[in-house]
Ligand binder design. Structure first.
Ligand SMILES: [Fe+2]
Ligand SMILES: [Fe+2]
Length: 167
């Protein structure tokens, strides 16, 4: 692919991914405001943006087999844990941006677990087998991720056990 088209497609992938997320959150707000048909419009558009993003990623040949995908995922999480969030948080700290700092710290803590789980999954898949059928739980307040049974309180944000969603 020509470099310029590749760069443009990456920008379009980022933009569509963000629109997908924004519209999902806008739909929730519209729902809370009792504007159910506006919520439905946001949900439909969000789904369409998800399709656009997936098609862009496919055109970029960004989706491979699971072994390679796990490697990509592990690389992304490791970069976030080792470089991106520590650097971003240092800036936020210096600038006294408490809200940003809290949000980024919650992400950092979850990404550490994601990296660990992806690493283990990669080893397993490389050895020719799926990972064990262990419950995975995500805190719906902060995104903290864990295996097994969730604790009474989220260790990152303090949300109660009932806030955890099982996968
Ligand atoms: Fe992650
Ligand atoms: Fe949490």
């Amino acid at each position: 692919m020509n470099k310029m088209t590749e760069t443009n497609l990456q920008a379009a992938f980022a933009g569509e991914s963000q629109a997908h997320m924004k519209y999902l959150n806008f739909a929730d707000t519209a729902e809370k405001e009792g504007l159910l048909n506006v919520a439905r419009l946001f949900q439909a558009a969000s789904f369409a943006e998800q399709i656009h993003a997936s098609n862009h990623l496919r055109a970029l040949e960004g989706i491979q087999g699971t072994t390679a995908n796990l490697d990509t995922a592990l690389g992304g999480e490791t970069f976030e844990v080792d470089q991106m969030y520590p650097a971003y948080m240092a800036v936020a700290e210096k600038q006294g941006e408490k809200k940003a700092l809290r949000s980024m710290n919650a992400a950092l803590e979850a990404e550490k677990v994601h990296a660990k789980l992806y690493g283990a999954a990669k080893q397993s898949v490389e050895a020719g087998k799926d990972v064990a059928a262990v419950d995975i739980w995500v805190c719906t307040a902060c995104g903290f991720t864990m295996e097994g049974e969730p604790p009474d309180k989220c260790p990152v944000c303090g949300a109660p056990k009932a806030k955890f969603r099982k996968f």
